[in-house]
Design a protein around this ligand. Structure first.
Ligand SMILES: [Zn+2]
Ligand SMILES: [Zn+2]
Length: 284
């Protein structure tokens, strides 16, 4: 089989030698929406996947942050700039100034007991926040892959203790109206990448956000937990299983705790939060 890849400039004119007619080729800009809406398994999806792989292999690999040629998503210098997490709450990974068995927020929230522990790869600070915003708001999937690499690397170490190996990865669900508005769920993208890298199953359907809630970042920290009460529904596919909730940013932990609470009620044995970045609680 011979594959011919042809590149034409816009408005190039061709002459048909048989009919002596002129045909004008008008270049149409590639519509990313048409690429992203192909059904899985369809011929269009297959062409899309092959085209993207080809483009990736042909494109010079530049660092996503500084633009230097480096052969990978991030150069060594920018990788070294990614902010690690220091001392943190073992339950919700909130950064702690002083050693403590739990942060004050977890001590005051009885529902937090549903969350067994949290693994956070990075602090939500520059330049990790740049990559998160690119994934979330620009749908930059290369940034998503770089972030997934960070969480997968941390999870590999975390799972050296076999009790931390989950049976299922569950992305933090978005309400359907938010998902339509954003066009995708960034946590699902991360979960798929991490599942592939670590050979862990991912289920997108086990958890749904059944109630549209006020955006957490618009609320004061004290109101965030109440805003999410009863917002999630988890199916019994989690019953008897250890699960890890995948999320891009954990701020107060209210969403992850509420989803962990719903998962425990559905019969999950152990629930961990696996988040790429952890923000210090507001006001700290
Ligand atoms: Zn760089
Ligand atoms: Zn905590």
């Amino acid at each position: 089989m011979v594959i011919v890849i042809a590149c034409f400039h816009a408005n190039t004119t061709f002459r048909c030698l048989t009919h002596n007619t002129l045909t004008r080729f008008v270049a149409k800009p590639l519509n990313p929406r048409s690429l992203s809406t192909s059904k899985p398994g369809s011929a269009a999806a297959s062409i899309r996947s092959t085209s993207l792989s080809l483009l990736r292999s042909l494109a010079p690999a530049r660092c996503l942050l500084c633009g230097n040629h480096c052969g990978g998503p991030l150069c060594d210098g920018c990788s070294a700039d990614l902010p690690p997490l220091g001392r943190r709450c073992p339950r919700c990974a909130e950064p702690l100034l002083q050693p403590a068995p739990l942060c004050a927020r977890c001590q005051q929230n009885p529902r937090s007991i549903a969350l067994d522990s949290t693994l956070a790869a990075l602090l939500y600070e520059w330049p990790a926040d740049v990559l998160i915003k690119r994934l979330k708001f620009d749908k930059n999937l290369a940034a998503g892959r770089a972030l997934a690499d960070q969480l997968a690397a941390a999870a590999e170490i975390h799972m050296l203790d076999a009790s931390h190996r989950p049976d299922l990865l569950i992305p933090m669900p978005l309400h359907s109206s938010r998902r339509r508005w954003r066009g995708f769920n960034q946590s699902a993208e991360l979960a798929q990448q991490i599942g592939q890298q670590l050979d862990l199953p991912v289920t997108l359907a086990a958890a749904t956000r059944v109630r549209a809630t006020t955006t957490q970042s618009l609320l004061p920290a004290a109101k965030r937990a109440g805003n999410l009460r009863g917002a999630f529904q988890v199916s019994d596919t989690v019953a008897g299983k250890n699960i890890a909730i995948i999320d891009d940013v954990m701020t107060t932990g209210a969403s992850v705790i509420e989803l962990a609470f719903a998962a425990k009620r559905a019969g999950a044995l152990q629930v961990e939060g696996w988040v790429v970045t952890r923000a210090p609680a507001p006001g700290r």
